[in-house]
Design a protein around this ligand. Structure first.
Ligand code: NAD
Ligand code: GLY
Length: 368
């Protein structure tokens, strides 16, 4: 593989002072990782789910022969990312008498990562945790940056904490077992980095569509590394989303409305983000910031990675507006949205016109 096509990237650090941590990326990370090095005490609780545990739990447990390892296997699905399921983690920790020196390991996709991180943030006021993400989406986004939490029936990710892991270990080979639909959902967050701030990466994604869909290991590794670099840079600059970090939520306000509307059992998170991003792009176009050709390019790239670009047919613009009113980016009653000034140029605004928002939603919901 020519290195000009897939440039090598140095090991990654999320730079947060004394809470800085490394992201290890490679195709054999689980086979060769020195996982124990990142764990101070003897006690470990691995949190996984009923799909991922049969695939990778034994491999991870074998890396921890010098530790006392307990395991909790949760039901699989976004609809279980809630306080009831979180309580299963706390119950296991208490039953097995885990103390403040324990370390939680999240083994799974973003749902497991977000819940394990939140459990770690709150168990005995905070214990260590490590992310071992096994979906594309969790490898490029959710495992990095310390956003943890669960959903509420009234709103996505409404209960949570910023709480950073001690390390992120990404074994790209785990993606071999990932279903195609989940792979594409992860690509939505990869494309996001290109759209918000990395136009050269967006072009690279357009040019390497086939390699990525065929899961060429080098192309995949490069896409994951470049996504993590983008994320680490933004998180290091603004850990708790006081400013620039909000651009990572491109398409998410619309996407979260879709997920909440469907009670977390319809569109995948990445699919909802793809649809939401296309709505945000339409709105940016109606406001005069984004050209028609760039709008079409955005629709094309999502389609080329087999992602949906229109909301579920049963959703109306009124549904969107009602659900978006509860977004975490609402401040003093005013909704803030991530919009585009061009490809690779996202910004956050509360100064948009309500007319453009409604036009974009009417257009998306086929109400024009
Ligand atoms: P997920 O965790 O539900 O995983 C998707 C599916 O793939 C599940 O059925 C899972 O069991 C299965 N799976 C996982 N790894 C597998 C593997 N290697 N082989 C086969 N199957 C595998 O979904 P996701 O897309 O990973 O994550 C979505 C979640 O992440 C959402 O809850 C979203 O809100 C959250 N998220 C959080 C952040 C953050 O910054 N914390 C960022 C983006 C998304
Ligand atoms: N996924 C959005 C963030 O981490 O800020």
């Amino acid at each position: 593989m020519p290195t000009t096509n897939y440039p090598q990237i140095d090991p990654l650090i999320v730079d947060l002072g004394d809470r800085s941590y490394s992201i290890f990326i490679g195709s054999q990370q689980l086979a060769y990782s020195d996982l124990s090095v990142h764990i101070k005490g003897k006690q470990v609780l691995i949190v996984s789910n009923e799909t991922v545990a049969p695939l990778y739990l034994e491999t991870v447990t074998n890396l921890l022969h010098d530790k006392h390892v307990d395991v909790v296997v949760l039901p699989d699905g976004e609809q279980y990312k809630n306080l009831d399921t979180l309580n299963l983690i706390f119950t296991k920790l208490l039953e097995q008498k885990h103390d403040r020196g324990t370390t939680l390991i999240a083994l799974g996709g973003g749902v497991i990562g977000d819940m394990t991180g939140f459990a770690a943030a709150t168990y005995q006021r905070g214990v260590a945790f490590i992310q071992i993400p096994t979906t594309l989406l969790s490898q490029v986004d959710s495992s990095v940056g310390g956003k943890t939490g669960v959903n509420h029936v009234l709103g996505k990710n409404m209960l949570g904490a910023f709480y950073q892991p001690k390390a992120v270990i990404i074994d790209t080979q785990t993606l071999d077992s990932l279903p195609q639909r989940q792979f594409s959902a992860g690509m939505a967050e990869v494309i996001k980095y290109g759209l918000i701030s990395d136009y050269a990466f967006l072009q690279w994604l357009e040019q390497n569509n086939d390699s990525l869909l065929n899961r060429n290991p080098e192309a995949l590794r490069y896409a994951i590394e470049r996504s993590c670099i983008n994320k680490a840079k933004i998180v290091s600059a603004d850990e708790t989303e006081q400013g620039v970090r909000a651009i990572l939520n491109l398409g998410h306000t619309f996407g979260h409305a879709i997920e909440t509307f469907q009670q977390y059992q319809g569109s995948l998170h990445g699919e909802a983000v793809a649809i939401g991003t296309v709505i945000a792009a339409h709105m940016s176009h109606f406001a005069g910031w984004l050209s028609k050709s760039d709008l079409h390019r955005i629709q094309s790239i999502f389609r080329s990675f087999l992602l949906p670009v229109t909301p579920p047919v049963e959703m109306t613009s009124t549904d969107f507006l009602a659900l978006m009113g509860r977004d975490k980016k609402v401040m003093d009653g005013r909704l803030r949205l991530v919009l585009l000034k061009g490809l690779g140029q996202a910004f956050v605004s509360s100064e948009f016109s309500q007319e453009d928002l409604e036009l974009a939603l009417n257009n998306a919901c086929g109400e024009l």
